[in-house]
Write a protein that binds this ligand. Structure first.
Ligand code: HSE
Length: 407
């Protein structure tokens, strides 16, 4: 029997216990041994709930119990999760987690500690919830040099953008609906400002490129400025607006960003709607692959955590995770990256349109029937060139990048 502990009995923690109970027989068969939850760490008590007999409030009980071989850390946040995880790994216990904040901040160090002790630190649930993406990057795509990752990595914002596209609603109204539906937090900043997607693309890029990508270095723009008017233009262009986490290798240069992006119907990310997530990967041998599924929610996330528990149970004395170097990967400034831009200008005169053509060169105007403004799409240019030209034109209301797929 393999005894495990679950740190945190919130949405994901209760899901982990539920999945283990529901699929007990098949999970044990796949793990090759019986998996039993011995402890659940939480600050709260759950009187009347069968889980109460496993609840402990002191992490040291778990740490000092030699029977505990695997710990599922589903607390979220960097502390105390970091301290607990480090102590557990140093004590020779494998850890798995859904905690993207912690993996993005300290993943390299925790992977190294696990590798030195022939145990595992796994985090399939940290990116894309129930979608297998860490394991494919870690073991299935190792023949490839990954040169691009583009992901819809946040379910809440994808739900909001899908609603805005379908219903023509404004951002504030859709945010209220997302909060009422239980998708968006009362403080929605982590989702709508792009911080959650930023941590996820930092983890995926670190794994794909083999060195620590610091999330603080990633240019991050959320969806708070996207309006119903932007969707009118998007509809006129037959494009969707998606919040993408994006990273790319160009020879020996790497860059990454999180931003709302206009995507074409021919792009596989175009039809990823509602709370679904998808991660598009390009490998130099493989070509394109896309991973799609439920990126958030109790059971999809718990499914990924339990899959890690099973994997760790099968490899109690062998480290099977690739690791990335703690040495930081220097990202190139995005001002050198190139794409087309969609631009809205707060003026309608013929002179202003002509000026836009003079400054930007070949452009295509987009007619969406909005008063007091016009919109146009540029040719491919660098971010730096765009910024310079936009400053010269003046009266720019907003700009949305257009995804440029070369493959
Ligand atoms: N808030 C996140 C989302 C949860 O909406 O995708 C999953 O990480």
């Amino acid at each position: 029997m393999i005894k495990i502990a679950v740190l945190g009995y919130g949405t994901v923690g209760s899901g982990v216990v539920e999945v283990i109970n529901t699929n007990h027989a098949s999970i044990n068969k796949k793990a090759g041994d019986e998996i039993e939850v011995k402890y659940v760490l939480d600050l709260r008590d759950f009187p009347g709930d069968p889980i109460q007999e496993k609840i402990v409030h002191d992490f040291d009980i778990i740490l000092n119990d030699p029977e505990i071989r695997i710990i599922a850390e589903v607390m979220g946040g960097v502390e105390p999760a970091y301290t607990f995880t480090k102590k557990a790994l140093l004590a020779g216990k494998s850890v798995c987690t859904s905690n993207k904040e912690l993996v993005a901040a300290h993943g390299a160090e925790l992977l190294e500690i696990a590798r030195e002790r022939d145990i595992n630190y796994m985090f399939e649930a940290s990116c894309g919830g129930g979608i297998p993406i860490i394991r494919p990057l870690n073991s299935s795509l190792t023949a490839d040099e990954i040169d691009e990752i583009a992901g819809i990595l946040n379910g809440t914002t994808n739900y909001m953008l899908t609603k805005m596209a379908k219903e023509g609603s404004e951002y504030d109204d859709v945010l209220k609906e997302a909060q009422a539906a239980g998708y968006a937090e009362r403080n929605p900043a982590a989702d709508v400002e792009g911080h959650d997607a930023c941590r996820k693309i930092a983890i995926l890029s670190s794994l794909a490129f083999g060195r620590q990508v610091d999330f603080e270095d990633i240019y991050t723009e959320g969806i708070t400025k996207i309006s119903a008017a932007d969707f009118k233009y998007a509809k006129a262009m037959d494009k969707a607006i998606k919040l993408l986490g994006y990273s790319r290798r160009e020879e020996d240069q790497f860059w990454a960003m999180v931003a709302p992006v206009l995507v074409d119907p021919s792009d596989p990310l175009y039809s990823v709607n509602d709370v679904f997530n998808a991660i598009f990967v390009h490998g130099n041998v493989l070509g394109n692959a896309m991973f799609y599924g439920k990126g958030a929610g109790k059971l999809p996330t718990a499914s990924a955590v339990v899959a890690d528990i099973v994997d760790e149970a099968k490899h109690l004395h062998r480290s099977v995770m690739s690791f990335w170097s703690t040495k930081k990967l220097e990202l190139t400034d995005i001002s050198n990256s190139s794409r087309k831009f969609f631009v809205r200008v707060a003026e309608t005169s013929e002179d202003k349109r002509k000026k836009a053509e003079e400054i930007f060169g070949k452009i295509s105007f987009v007619e969406a029937g909005l008063e007091g403004e016009f919109g146009f799409v540029t040719e491919v240019m660098t971010e730096a060139e765009y910024q310079k030209k936009a400053e010269e034109l003046k009266d720019v209301i907003s700009m949305i990048r257009i995804r440029h797929v070369e493959y």
